[in-house]
Design a protein around this ligand. Structure first.
Ligand code: ADP
Length: 529
Protein backbone atom coordinates (compact mmCIF):
# COMPACT_ATOMS: atom_id res chain seq x y z
CA UNK A 1 0.00 0.00 0.00
CA UNK A 2 1.42 3.35 -0.93
CA UNK A 3 0.37 6.72 0.36
CA UNK A 4 0.93 9.43 -2.17
CA UNK A 5 2.34 12.71 -0.92
CA UNK A 6 -0.11 15.60 -0.79
CA UNK A 7 -2.81 13.45 -2.20
CA UNK A 8 -4.07 11.09 0.45
CA UNK A 9 -5.14 8.36 -1.93
CA UNK A 10 -4.58 4.73 -1.19
CA UNK A 11 -3.90 2.13 -3.77
CA UNK A 12 -6.05 -0.67 -2.50
CA UNK A 13 -6.42 -2.85 -5.51
CA UNK A 14 -4.08 -4.73 -7.77
CA UNK A 15 -2.98 -3.33 -11.07
CA UNK A 16 -5.39 -4.12 -13.87
CA UNK A 17 -8.44 -4.21 -11.63
CA UNK A 18 -11.21 -1.73 -12.20
CA UNK A 19 -13.65 0.27 -10.17
CA UNK A 20 -16.88 1.91 -11.25
CA UNK A 21 -18.89 3.98 -8.85
CA UNK A 22 -22.18 5.77 -8.27
CA UNK A 23 -24.54 6.43 -11.14
CA UNK A 24 -22.09 4.90 -13.65
CA UNK A 25 -22.07 1.61 -11.79
CA UNK A 26 -25.83 1.62 -11.53
CA UNK A 27 -26.22 2.54 -15.18
CA UNK A 28 -23.99 -0.28 -16.32
CA UNK A 29 -25.66 -2.88 -14.14
CA UNK A 30 -29.14 -1.79 -15.12
CA UNK A 31 -28.26 -1.87 -18.78
CA UNK A 32 -26.73 -5.35 -18.63
CA UNK A 33 -29.60 -6.79 -16.63
CA UNK A 34 -32.19 -5.26 -18.91
CA UNK A 35 -30.41 -6.58 -21.97
CA UNK A 36 -30.89 -10.12 -20.66
CA UNK A 37 -34.58 -9.55 -20.02
CA UNK A 38 -34.93 -8.06 -23.47
CA UNK A 39 -33.40 -11.18 -24.99
CA UNK A 40 -36.25 -13.45 -23.88
CA UNK A 41 -39.09 -11.00 -24.38
CA UNK A 42 -40.13 -12.20 -27.82
CA UNK A 43 -40.65 -15.75 -26.57
CA UNK A 44 -43.42 -14.91 -24.07
CA UNK A 45 -46.82 -16.42 -24.52
CA UNK A 46 -48.54 -18.79 -26.93
CA UNK A 47 -47.56 -16.65 -29.88
CA UNK A 48 -44.00 -16.11 -28.71
CA UNK A 49 -41.19 -17.03 -31.07
CA UNK A 50 -38.53 -19.69 -30.53
CA UNK A 51 -34.79 -19.19 -30.27
CA UNK A 52 -32.11 -21.25 -31.89
CA UNK A 53 -29.08 -21.59 -29.67
CA UNK A 54 -25.81 -22.91 -30.97
CA UNK A 55 -23.18 -23.77 -28.38
CA UNK A 56 -19.40 -23.75 -28.77
CA UNK A 57 -19.40 -27.39 -29.91
CA UNK A 58 -22.01 -26.67 -32.56
CA UNK A 59 -24.92 -28.36 -30.76
CA UNK A 60 -28.25 -26.79 -31.57
CA UNK A 61 -31.18 -26.22 -29.22
CA UNK A 62 -34.45 -24.80 -30.46
CA UNK A 63 -36.57 -23.58 -27.59
CA UNK A 64 -39.08 -21.14 -26.25
CA UNK A 65 -38.27 -21.90 -22.64
CA UNK A 66 -36.89 -18.89 -20.76
CA UNK A 67 -34.64 -20.72 -18.35
CA UNK A 68 -33.13 -22.91 -21.09
CA UNK A 69 -32.33 -19.88 -23.22
CA UNK A 70 -30.68 -18.05 -20.35
CA UNK A 71 -28.73 -21.07 -19.15
CA UNK A 72 -27.34 -21.64 -22.62
CA UNK A 73 -26.38 -18.02 -23.24
CA UNK A 74 -22.83 -17.55 -22.13
CA UNK A 75 -23.52 -14.57 -19.91
CA UNK A 76 -20.57 -12.87 -18.26
CA UNK A 77 -21.76 -9.62 -16.76
CA UNK A 78 -22.38 -10.11 -13.03
CA UNK A 79 -25.62 -8.11 -12.95
CA UNK A 80 -26.90 -9.96 -16.00
CA UNK A 81 -26.07 -13.22 -14.28
CA UNK A 82 -28.27 -12.19 -11.38
CA UNK A 83 -31.19 -12.03 -13.79
CA UNK A 84 -30.39 -15.54 -15.00
CA UNK A 85 -30.54 -16.64 -11.37
CA UNK A 86 -34.17 -15.46 -11.18
CA UNK A 87 -35.04 -17.84 -13.98
CA UNK A 88 -33.17 -20.69 -12.33
CA UNK A 89 -34.84 -20.12 -8.96
CA UNK A 90 -38.23 -19.86 -10.60
CA UNK A 91 -37.54 -23.12 -12.41
CA UNK A 92 -36.48 -24.86 -9.21
CA UNK A 93 -39.35 -23.54 -7.13
CA UNK A 94 -42.24 -23.86 -9.55
CA UNK A 95 -40.90 -25.03 -12.90
CA UNK A 96 -42.88 -22.53 -14.93
CA UNK A 97 -43.16 -18.79 -15.42
CA UNK A 98 -39.44 -18.27 -15.96
CA UNK A 99 -39.79 -15.89 -18.88
CA UNK A 100 -42.44 -13.89 -17.05
CA UNK A 101 -40.25 -13.45 -13.98
CA UNK A 102 -37.29 -12.27 -16.04
CA UNK A 103 -39.37 -9.83 -18.08
CA UNK A 104 -40.85 -8.34 -14.91
CA UNK A 105 -37.38 -7.91 -13.41
CA UNK A 106 -36.24 -6.15 -16.58
CA UNK A 107 -39.21 -3.81 -16.47
CA UNK A 108 -38.73 -3.05 -12.77
CA UNK A 109 -35.17 -2.00 -13.57
CA UNK A 110 -36.27 0.10 -16.52
CA UNK A 111 -38.75 1.98 -14.34
CA UNK A 112 -36.09 2.35 -11.68
CA UNK A 113 -33.79 3.97 -14.18
CA UNK A 114 -36.48 6.52 -15.02
CA UNK A 115 -36.81 7.30 -11.31
CA UNK A 116 -33.05 7.67 -10.95
CA UNK A 117 -33.13 10.13 -13.84
CA UNK A 118 -35.69 12.11 -11.83
CA UNK A 119 -33.07 12.25 -9.06
CA UNK A 120 -34.89 9.96 -6.75
CA UNK A 121 -32.45 8.23 -4.44
CA UNK A 122 -31.98 4.46 -4.93
CA UNK A 123 -32.87 3.84 -1.28
CA UNK A 124 -36.27 5.42 -1.82
CA UNK A 125 -36.80 3.27 -4.88
CA UNK A 126 -35.80 0.05 -3.15
CA UNK A 127 -37.99 0.82 -0.14
CA UNK A 128 -40.94 1.50 -2.41
CA UNK A 129 -40.30 -1.65 -4.42
CA UNK A 130 -40.15 -3.76 -1.28
CA UNK A 131 -43.42 -2.35 0.00
CA UNK A 132 -45.02 -2.90 -3.39
CA UNK A 133 -43.76 -6.49 -3.60
CA UNK A 134 -45.23 -7.50 -0.27
CA UNK A 135 -48.51 -5.79 -1.12
CA UNK A 136 -48.48 -7.61 -4.46
CA UNK A 137 -48.29 -10.99 -2.72
CA UNK A 138 -51.20 -10.01 -0.50
CA UNK A 139 -53.26 -8.95 -3.52
CA UNK A 140 -52.34 -12.10 -5.45
CA UNK A 141 -53.57 -14.26 -2.59
CA UNK A 142 -56.84 -12.37 -2.56
CA UNK A 143 -57.22 -12.94 -6.32
CA UNK A 144 -56.69 -16.71 -6.09
CA UNK A 145 -59.32 -19.38 -6.69
CA UNK A 146 -59.45 -22.83 -5.09
CA UNK A 147 -58.85 -26.11 -6.89
CA UNK A 148 -58.68 -29.71 -5.70
CA UNK A 149 -57.10 -32.86 -7.07
CA UNK A 150 -60.54 -34.05 -8.09
CA UNK A 151 -61.01 -31.24 -10.62
CA UNK A 152 -59.36 -33.18 -13.43
CA UNK A 153 -60.69 -31.04 -16.26
CA UNK A 154 -59.46 -27.92 -14.51
CA UNK A 155 -56.06 -29.45 -13.79
CA UNK A 156 -55.65 -30.24 -17.48
CA UNK A 157 -55.97 -26.53 -18.22
CA UNK A 158 -52.87 -25.77 -16.13
CA UNK A 159 -50.91 -28.27 -18.16
CA UNK A 160 -52.18 -26.77 -21.41
CA UNK A 161 -51.42 -23.19 -20.33
CA UNK A 162 -47.91 -24.22 -19.28
CA UNK A 163 -47.30 -25.98 -22.59
CA UNK A 164 -48.71 -23.34 -24.93
CA UNK A 165 -46.11 -21.70 -27.04
CA UNK A 166 -44.00 -24.81 -27.08
CA UNK A 167 -44.21 -27.11 -30.06
CA UNK A 168 -46.37 -29.92 -28.68
CA UNK A 169 -49.43 -27.75 -28.19
CA UNK A 170 -51.28 -29.37 -31.07
CA UNK A 171 -51.48 -32.59 -29.09
CA UNK A 172 -51.85 -30.67 -25.87
CA UNK A 173 -55.11 -32.22 -24.82
CA UNK A 174 -53.85 -35.80 -24.88
CA UNK A 175 -50.62 -34.86 -23.17
CA UNK A 176 -52.46 -32.77 -20.58
CA UNK A 177 -54.58 -35.79 -19.76
CA UNK A 178 -51.49 -37.96 -19.26
CA UNK A 179 -49.82 -35.26 -17.17
CA UNK A 180 -52.78 -35.00 -14.81
CA UNK A 181 -52.96 -38.79 -14.52
CA UNK A 182 -49.28 -39.05 -13.69
CA UNK A 183 -49.41 -36.33 -11.03
CA UNK A 184 -52.47 -37.96 -9.48
CA UNK A 185 -50.57 -41.25 -9.35
CA UNK A 186 -47.58 -39.91 -7.44
CA UNK A 187 -49.28 -37.54 -5.00
CA UNK A 188 -48.64 -38.77 -1.45
CA UNK A 189 -51.01 -38.98 1.51
CA UNK A 190 -50.08 -35.44 2.62
CA UNK A 191 -50.93 -34.04 -0.78
CA UNK A 192 -47.25 -33.51 -1.65
CA UNK A 193 -46.09 -34.07 -5.19
CA UNK A 194 -42.53 -34.92 -6.08
CA UNK A 195 -42.32 -34.71 -9.83
CA UNK A 196 -39.04 -36.63 -9.74
CA UNK A 197 -41.23 -39.68 -9.19
CA UNK A 198 -42.39 -39.21 -12.74
CA UNK A 199 -39.66 -40.57 -14.96
CA UNK A 200 -39.39 -39.19 -18.45
CA UNK A 201 -37.75 -41.32 -21.15
CA UNK A 202 -37.08 -39.65 -24.47
CA UNK A 203 -37.09 -41.61 -27.72
CA UNK A 204 -36.64 -40.30 -31.22
CA UNK A 205 -39.07 -41.94 -33.63
CA UNK A 206 -42.79 -41.85 -34.30
CA UNK A 207 -44.64 -38.65 -33.59
CA UNK A 208 -45.47 -36.62 -30.50
CA UNK A 209 -48.95 -38.17 -30.45
CA UNK A 210 -47.38 -41.60 -29.86
CA UNK A 211 -46.07 -40.50 -26.47
CA UNK A 212 -47.49 -42.60 -23.67
CA UNK A 213 -47.75 -42.97 -19.93
CA UNK A 214 -46.75 -46.24 -18.31
CA UNK A 215 -48.39 -47.20 -15.01
CA UNK A 216 -45.04 -48.28 -13.71
CA UNK A 217 -41.52 -47.80 -14.94
CA UNK A 218 -39.46 -48.07 -18.06
CA UNK A 219 -35.86 -49.04 -17.47
CA UNK A 220 -33.27 -48.36 -20.12
CA UNK A 221 -31.70 -51.83 -19.77
CA UNK A 222 -32.05 -55.22 -21.38
CA UNK A 223 -32.19 -58.66 -19.85
CA UNK A 224 -28.71 -60.02 -19.30
CA UNK A 225 -29.06 -63.46 -20.80
CA UNK A 226 -30.80 -64.39 -24.07
CA UNK A 227 -32.38 -67.48 -22.47
CA UNK A 228 -34.17 -65.45 -19.86
CA UNK A 229 -37.88 -64.89 -20.48
CA UNK A 230 -38.77 -61.75 -22.39
CA UNK A 231 -42.16 -61.48 -20.74
CA UNK A 232 -43.08 -62.19 -17.14
CA UNK A 233 -46.71 -61.94 -16.07
CA UNK A 234 -47.63 -61.43 -12.42
CA UNK A 235 -44.07 -60.47 -11.72
CA UNK A 236 -42.58 -60.78 -8.24
CA UNK A 237 -39.70 -58.37 -8.29
CA UNK A 238 -36.51 -58.39 -6.23
CA UNK A 239 -34.43 -55.21 -6.07
CA UNK A 240 -30.83 -55.81 -5.12
CA UNK A 241 -28.22 -53.28 -4.15
CA UNK A 242 -25.54 -55.95 -3.99
CA UNK A 243 -23.48 -57.83 -6.56
CA UNK A 244 -24.47 -61.35 -7.56
CA UNK A 245 -20.81 -62.27 -7.70
CA UNK A 246 -18.19 -63.70 -5.38
CA UNK A 247 -16.93 -60.72 -3.42
CA UNK A 248 -13.20 -60.22 -3.52
CA UNK A 249 -11.59 -60.04 -0.10
CA UNK A 250 -10.59 -56.58 1.08
CA UNK A 251 -7.18 -57.78 2.17
CA UNK A 252 -4.65 -59.50 -0.04
CA UNK A 253 -4.86 -63.19 0.59
CA UNK A 254 -3.12 -66.13 -1.01
CA UNK A 255 -4.52 -69.61 -1.20
CA UNK A 256 -2.00 -72.37 -1.52
CA UNK A 257 -3.24 -75.03 -3.90
CA UNK A 258 -0.94 -77.96 -4.43
CA UNK A 259 -3.05 -80.58 -6.16
CA UNK A 260 -5.57 -80.52 -9.05
CA UNK A 261 -8.20 -81.90 -6.64
CA UNK A 262 -7.82 -78.97 -4.35
CA UNK A 263 -8.25 -76.59 -7.31
CA UNK A 264 -11.37 -78.45 -8.37
CA UNK A 265 -12.89 -78.32 -4.91
CA UNK A 266 -12.09 -74.61 -4.70
CA UNK A 267 -13.89 -73.99 -7.99
CA UNK A 268 -16.76 -76.21 -6.91
CA UNK A 269 -17.10 -74.21 -3.75
CA UNK A 270 -17.28 -70.95 -5.71
CA UNK A 271 -19.87 -72.41 -8.03
CA UNK A 272 -21.92 -73.60 -5.09
CA UNK A 273 -21.91 -70.15 -3.56
CA UNK A 274 -23.16 -68.65 -6.82
CA UNK A 275 -25.75 -71.37 -7.20
CA UNK A 276 -26.95 -70.72 -3.66
CA UNK A 277 -27.59 -67.09 -4.55
CA UNK A 278 -29.92 -68.13 -7.36
CA UNK A 279 -31.46 -70.76 -5.09
CA UNK A 280 -32.23 -68.06 -2.54
CA UNK A 281 -33.85 -65.83 -5.14
CA UNK A 282 -35.92 -68.76 -6.34
CA UNK A 283 -36.90 -69.72 -2.84
CA UNK A 284 -38.32 -66.31 -1.92
CA UNK A 285 -40.38 -66.51 -5.09
CA UNK A 286 -38.89 -63.76 -7.26
CA UNK A 287 -39.22 -64.11 -11.01
CA UNK A 288 -37.66 -60.76 -11.91
CA UNK A 289 -34.44 -59.32 -10.50
CA UNK A 290 -33.10 -55.79 -10.87
CA UNK A 291 -29.55 -55.63 -9.63
CA UNK A 292 -27.69 -52.36 -9.11
CA UNK A 293 -24.30 -54.05 -9.37
CA UNK A 294 -22.71 -56.81 -11.46
CA UNK A 295 -24.02 -60.34 -12.06
CA UNK A 296 -21.60 -63.25 -12.54
CA UNK A 297 -21.84 -65.21 -15.81
CA UNK A 298 -22.68 -68.34 -13.94
CA UNK A 299 -25.44 -66.63 -11.98
CA UNK A 300 -26.84 -65.34 -15.26
CA UNK A 301 -26.89 -68.88 -16.56
CA UNK A 302 -28.65 -70.31 -13.49
CA UNK A 303 -31.14 -67.46 -13.37
CA UNK A 304 -32.01 -68.08 -17.01
CA UNK A 305 -32.35 -71.80 -16.29
CA UNK A 306 -34.73 -70.99 -13.44
CA UNK A 307 -36.83 -68.84 -15.78
CA UNK A 308 -35.99 -65.63 -13.92
CA UNK A 309 -35.59 -62.37 -15.83
CA UNK A 310 -32.76 -60.14 -14.64
CA UNK A 311 -31.12 -56.83 -15.44
CA UNK A 312 -27.85 -55.59 -13.99
CA UNK A 313 -26.15 -52.26 -13.35
CA UNK A 314 -29.55 -50.61 -12.92
CA UNK A 315 -29.12 -47.00 -11.80
CA UNK A 316 -29.67 -46.28 -8.13
CA UNK A 317 -32.32 -43.70 -8.98
CA UNK A 318 -34.17 -46.27 -11.09
CA UNK A 319 -34.02 -48.79 -8.29
CA UNK A 320 -35.60 -46.27 -5.92
CA UNK A 321 -38.34 -45.52 -8.42
CA UNK A 322 -38.90 -49.24 -9.00
CA UNK A 323 -39.39 -49.60 -5.27
CA UNK A 324 -42.04 -46.86 -5.34
CA UNK A 325 -43.76 -48.26 -8.41
CA UNK A 326 -43.87 -51.91 -7.33
CA UNK A 327 -43.89 -51.66 -3.55
CA UNK A 328 -40.59 -53.57 -3.31
CA UNK A 329 -37.86 -52.94 -0.76
CA UNK A 330 -34.28 -52.61 -1.93
CA UNK A 331 -32.18 -55.39 -0.37
CA UNK A 332 -28.54 -54.80 0.37
CA UNK A 333 -27.71 -58.42 1.01
CA UNK A 334 -28.90 -61.58 -0.69
CA UNK A 335 -28.94 -63.43 2.62
CA UNK A 336 -31.45 -61.00 4.05
CA UNK A 337 -33.74 -61.05 1.02
CA UNK A 338 -37.21 -62.15 2.07
CA UNK A 339 -40.60 -62.62 0.52
CA UNK A 340 -41.84 -59.37 2.01
CA UNK A 341 -39.19 -57.41 0.15
CA UNK A 342 -40.58 -58.36 -3.24
CA UNK A 343 -42.57 -55.95 -5.33
CA UNK A 344 -45.34 -56.75 -7.77
CA UNK A 345 -46.21 -55.80 -11.34
CA UNK A 346 -48.83 -57.22 -13.67
CA UNK A 347 -46.33 -57.39 -16.49
CA UNK A 348 -42.60 -57.07 -16.95
CA UNK A 349 -41.53 -57.16 -20.55
CA UNK A 350 -38.53 -56.35 -22.70
CA UNK A 351 -39.54 -54.39 -25.76
CA UNK A 352 -37.76 -52.66 -28.57
CA UNK A 353 -38.15 -48.91 -28.70
CA UNK A 354 -36.39 -47.56 -31.76
CA UNK A 355 -33.11 -49.47 -31.88
CA UNK A 356 -32.91 -50.15 -28.19
CA UNK A 357 -34.32 -52.75 -25.88
CA UNK A 358 -35.99 -51.48 -22.74
CA UNK A 359 -37.65 -53.22 -19.86
CA UNK A 360 -41.21 -52.18 -19.11
CA UNK A 361 -42.45 -52.77 -15.59
CA UNK A 362 -46.13 -52.05 -15.92
CA UNK A 363 -49.64 -52.75 -14.71
CA UNK A 364 -48.45 -51.98 -11.20
CA UNK A 365 -51.17 -51.66 -8.60
CA UNK A 366 -51.32 -48.12 -7.32
CA UNK A 367 -47.77 -47.22 -8.44
CA UNK A 368 -46.16 -44.27 -6.66
CA UNK A 369 -43.79 -43.73 -9.56
CA UNK A 370 -44.72 -43.67 -13.23
CA UNK A 371 -42.96 -43.17 -16.57
CA UNK A 372 -43.56 -41.06 -19.61
CA UNK A 373 -42.26 -42.18 -22.95
CA UNK A 374 -41.85 -39.14 -25.11
CA UNK A 375 -41.67 -39.58 -28.83
CA UNK A 376 -41.06 -37.17 -31.65
CA UNK A 377 -39.70 -37.13 -35.15
CA UNK A 378 -36.31 -35.57 -34.34
CA UNK A 379 -34.12 -35.02 -31.34
CA UNK A 380 -34.96 -31.32 -31.26
CA UNK A 381 -38.67 -32.03 -31.20
CA UNK A 382 -38.28 -34.57 -28.38
CA UNK A 383 -36.07 -32.23 -26.36
CA UNK A 384 -38.54 -29.35 -26.60
CA UNK A 385 -41.36 -31.74 -25.75
CA UNK A 386 -39.38 -32.80 -22.70
CA UNK A 387 -39.06 -29.17 -21.56
CA UNK A 388 -42.77 -28.57 -22.14
CA UNK A 389 -43.72 -31.67 -20.17
CA UNK A 390 -41.36 -30.64 -17.40
CA UNK A 391 -43.10 -27.24 -17.12
CA UNK A 392 -46.56 -28.80 -17.27
CA UNK A 393 -45.79 -31.48 -14.68
CA UNK A 394 -44.42 -28.86 -12.34
CA UNK A 395 -47.38 -26.55 -12.92
CA UNK A 396 -49.92 -29.29 -12.20
CA UNK A 397 -47.84 -30.60 -9.29
CA UNK A 398 -47.62 -27.12 -7.77
CA UNK A 399 -51.31 -26.41 -8.05
CA UNK A 400 -52.26 -29.84 -6.67
CA UNK A 401 -50.07 -29.07 -3.70
CA UNK A 402 -51.08 -25.44 -3.14
CA UNK A 403 -54.71 -25.81 -4.26
CA UNK A 404 -54.80 -22.22 -5.48
CA UNK A 405 -54.69 -20.64 -8.90
CA UNK A 406 -55.04 -17.34 -10.72
CA UNK A 407 -56.10 -16.41 -14.23
CA UNK A 408 -53.46 -15.92 -16.94
CA UNK A 409 -53.20 -14.01 -20.20
CA UNK A 410 -52.08 -10.86 -18.39
CA UNK A 411 -55.35 -10.60 -16.43
CA UNK A 412 -53.77 -10.98 -13.01
CA UNK A 413 -51.04 -8.48 -13.81
CA UNK A 414 -53.54 -5.83 -14.96
CA UNK A 415 -55.57 -6.26 -11.78
CA UNK A 416 -52.40 -6.18 -9.71
CA UNK A 417 -51.31 -2.93 -11.38
CA UNK A 418 -54.63 -1.29 -10.51
CA UNK A 419 -54.57 -2.43 -6.91
CA UNK A 420 -50.97 -1.36 -6.43
CA UNK A 421 -51.72 2.08 -7.83
CA UNK A 422 -54.53 2.44 -5.29
CA UNK A 423 -52.13 1.31 -2.60
CA UNK A 424 -49.49 3.84 -3.74
CA UNK A 425 -51.88 6.73 -3.16
CA UNK A 426 -52.30 5.64 0.45
CA UNK A 427 -48.55 5.60 1.06
CA UNK A 428 -47.62 9.06 -0.08
CA UNK A 429 -44.13 10.56 -0.05
CA UNK A 430 -41.49 9.78 -2.62
CA UNK A 431 -41.98 6.05 -2.10
CA UNK A 432 -45.34 6.51 -3.74
CA UNK A 433 -43.59 7.13 -7.04
CA UNK A 434 -41.65 3.89 -6.70
CA UNK A 435 -44.79 1.91 -5.89
CA UNK A 436 -46.52 3.44 -8.89
CA UNK A 437 -43.56 2.48 -11.03
CA UNK A 438 -43.76 -1.07 -9.67
CA UNK A 439 -47.48 -1.14 -10.50
CA UNK A 440 -46.85 0.02 -14.05
CA UNK A 441 -44.11 -2.57 -14.46
CA UNK A 442 -46.69 -5.35 -13.98
CA UNK A 443 -48.37 -4.25 -17.20
CA UNK A 444 -45.33 -5.37 -19.18
CA UNK A 445 -46.84 -8.88 -19.28
CA UNK A 446 -50.11 -8.10 -21.10
CA UNK A 447 -48.22 -5.61 -23.25
CA UNK A 448 -45.63 -8.18 -24.30
CA UNK A 449 -48.26 -10.89 -24.87
CA UNK A 450 -50.04 -8.48 -27.20
CA UNK A 451 -46.85 -7.41 -28.96
CA UNK A 452 -45.80 -10.99 -29.57
CA UNK A 453 -49.21 -11.76 -31.01
CA UNK A 454 -48.90 -8.87 -33.46
CA UNK A 455 -51.53 -6.81 -31.62
CA UNK A 456 -51.29 -3.18 -30.66
CA UNK A 457 -49.99 -3.12 -27.09
CA UNK A 458 -51.49 0.26 -26.18
CA UNK A 459 -54.96 -0.57 -27.50
CA UNK A 460 -54.83 -3.92 -25.72
CA UNK A 461 -53.86 -2.37 -22.42
CA UNK A 462 -56.52 0.32 -22.67
CA UNK A 463 -59.24 -2.21 -23.36
CA UNK A 464 -58.03 -4.47 -20.56
CA UNK A 465 -57.91 -1.64 -18.05
CA UNK A 466 -61.43 -0.59 -18.92
CA UNK A 467 -62.67 -4.15 -18.33
CA UNK A 468 -61.02 -4.24 -14.93
CA UNK A 469 -62.49 -0.93 -13.76
CA UNK A 470 -65.88 0.52 -13.05
CA UNK A 471 -69.23 -1.15 -13.05
CA UNK A 472 -69.26 -4.85 -13.87
CA UNK A 473 -65.47 -4.98 -13.54
CA UNK A 474 -64.01 -8.36 -14.46
CA UNK A 475 -60.86 -9.20 -12.53
CA UNK A 476 -60.05 -12.12 -14.78
CA UNK A 477 -60.17 -10.20 -18.07
CA UNK A 478 -57.04 -10.89 -20.07
CA UNK A 479 -55.90 -10.93 -23.64
CA UNK A 480 -56.92 -13.81 -25.85
CA UNK A 481 -53.90 -13.72 -28.11
CA UNK A 482 -55.63 -15.76 -30.79
CA UNK A 483 -58.54 -13.36 -31.31
CA UNK A 484 -57.07 -10.16 -29.93
CA UNK A 485 -60.06 -9.66 -27.64
CA UNK A 486 -60.14 -8.91 -23.93
CA UNK A 487 -62.02 -11.86 -22.48
CA UNK A 488 -62.49 -13.79 -19.23
CA UNK A 489 -59.36 -15.94 -18.98
CA UNK A 490 -60.87 -18.16 -16.35
CA UNK A 491 -63.71 -18.97 -18.66
CA UNK A 492 -61.46 -19.92 -21.57
CA UNK A 493 -59.24 -21.96 -19.27
CA UNK A 494 -56.04 -19.90 -19.36
CA UNK A 495 -55.07 -20.38 -15.75
CA UNK A 496 -51.84 -20.72 -13.78
CA UNK A 497 -50.84 -21.86 -10.30
CA UNK A 498 -50.80 -19.01 -7.80
CA UNK A 499 -47.22 -19.84 -6.84
CA UNK A 500 -46.02 -19.20 -10.41
CA UNK A 501 -47.05 -15.57 -9.94
CA UNK A 502 -46.06 -15.06 -6.30
CA UNK A 503 -42.63 -16.59 -6.81
CA UNK A 504 -42.12 -14.75 -10.10
CA UNK A 505 -42.96 -11.34 -8.70
CA UNK A 506 -41.11 -11.71 -5.42
CA UNK A 507 -38.05 -13.18 -7.19
CA UNK A 508 -38.03 -10.37 -9.75
CA UNK A 509 -38.46 -7.70 -7.08
CA UNK A 510 -35.71 -9.08 -4.86
CA UNK A 511 -33.16 -9.14 -7.64
CA UNK A 512 -34.17 -5.71 -8.94
CA UNK A 513 -33.68 -4.31 -5.43
CA UNK A 514 -30.35 -6.07 -5.10
CA UNK A 515 -29.09 -4.66 -8.38
CA UNK A 516 -30.35 -1.18 -7.48
CA UNK A 517 -28.49 -1.18 -4.20
CA UNK A 518 -25.10 -1.60 -5.86
CA UNK A 519 -23.28 1.69 -6.28
CA UNK A 520 -19.73 0.48 -6.47
CA UNK A 521 -18.32 -2.27 -8.67
CA UNK A 522 -14.83 -3.43 -7.83
CA UNK A 523 -13.59 -5.90 -10.37
CA UNK A 524 -10.34 -7.81 -10.07
CA UNK A 525 -8.26 -8.16 -13.20
CA UNK A 526 -9.04 -11.24 -15.22
CA UNK A 527 -6.69 -14.18 -14.74
CA UNK A 528 -4.78 -14.60 -17.95
CA UNK A 529 -4.14 -17.92 -19.67
P1 ADP B 1 -43.20 -18.53 -19.03
O1 ADP B 1 -41.82 -19.08 -19.21
O2 ADP B 1 -43.19 -17.28 -18.23
O3 ADP B 1 -44.20 -19.54 -18.54
P2 ADP B 1 -44.61 -18.63 -21.54
O4 ADP B 1 -44.00 -18.37 -22.88
O5 ADP B 1 -45.01 -20.01 -21.20
O6 ADP B 1 -43.62 -18.06 -20.47
O7 ADP B 1 -45.87 -17.67 -21.42
C1 ADP B 1 -46.65 -17.60 -20.28
C2 ADP B 1 -47.67 -16.50 -20.42
O8 ADP B 1 -48.56 -16.77 -21.50
C3 ADP B 1 -48.52 -16.41 -19.17
O9 ADP B 1 -48.71 -15.07 -18.83
C4 ADP B 1 -49.82 -17.07 -19.59
O10 ADP B 1 -50.92 -16.60 -18.86
C5 ADP B 1 -49.89 -16.66 -21.04
N1 ADP B 1 -50.75 -17.55 -21.84
C6 ADP B 1 -50.68 -18.88 -21.96
N2 ADP B 1 -51.67 -19.33 -22.77
C7 ADP B 1 -52.37 -18.25 -23.18
C8 ADP B 1 -53.49 -18.04 -24.04
N3 ADP B 1 -54.08 -19.05 -24.64
N4 ADP B 1 -53.92 -16.78 -24.22
C9 ADP B 1 -53.31 -15.76 -23.62
N5 ADP B 1 -52.25 -15.88 -22.81
C10 ADP B 1 -51.78 -17.10 -22.58
Amino acid sequence: MVQQQGNPQYIIMKEGSSRTRGRDAQGMNLMAARAVAEAVRTTLGPKGMDKMLVDSTGDVIITNDGVTILKEMDIEHPAAKMIVEIAKTQDNEVGDGTTTAVIIAGELLKKAEDLLDMDIHPTVITTGYRQAASKAIEVLNSLAYPVTIKDEELLKKFAITAMTGKSPEFVGDKLADLIVKSVKAVVDENGKVNVDDIKVEKKVGGSIGDSELIQGLVIDKERIHPNMPKTVKNAKIALLDTALEIQKTEIDAKIGITTPDQLQSFLDQEEKMLKDMVQKIKKVGANVVFCQKGVDDLVQHYLAKAGIMAARRVKESDLKLLAKATGAKVSTSIDELSKDDLGAAGLVEERKIGDENMIFVEKCKNPKAVSFILKGSTEHVVDELDRAIHDALRAVGTVVQDKKYVSGGGSTEVELALRLKEFASTVGGREQLAIEAFAEAMEVIPRTLAENAGLDPIDTLVSLRSKHEGKGALKTAGINVFTGEAVDMKKIGVIEPLRVKTQGISGAAEVAVMIMRIDDVLAASKLSG
